[in-house]
Design a protein. Structure first.
Length: 112
């Protein structure tokens, strides 16, 4: 699956984990995008399309500032670990921008 939101970056294959998309920016900063993070990002693109460019700009700023980033769905249980990398969840990007999506998923109202 192609991650179109990251097509401005240079992809590369990390031989240690081919399931996680790996990229470099024009400055040589390295980052990974785990599938769960990308799904969350696409949820924002669908529900907050007007804010999506701001979200992508914030992601770019994190990459430039931190140099080595793993974008993950859950920093406590990432798919990959790399020395010297920081972890960022989608809420780490969107919360400071005050861009929220209400999570209405809850258990059934019909159970015992």
């Amino acid at each position: 699956m192609l991650y179109d939101a990251f097509d401005k970056y240079q992809p590369f294959v990390d031989e240690r984990n081919k399931l996680v998309h790996a990229y470099k920016d024009e400055e040589g900063n390295t980052f990974y995008v785990e599938p769960g993070f990308y799904e969350g990002l696409m949820g924002f693109k669908e529900k907050r399309a007007d804010d999506f460019p701001r979200i992508m700009e914030a992601i770019d700023q994190v990459i430039k500032k931190e140099k080595k980033v793993i974008f993950t769905a859950d920093f406590e249980n990432p798919w990959i670990t790399r020395d010297g990398f920081i972890y960022r969840e989608i809420s780490d990007i969107t919360d400071p921008l005050l861009i929220f999506v209400e999570d209405k998923s809850r258990g059934s109202d019909y159970g015992d």
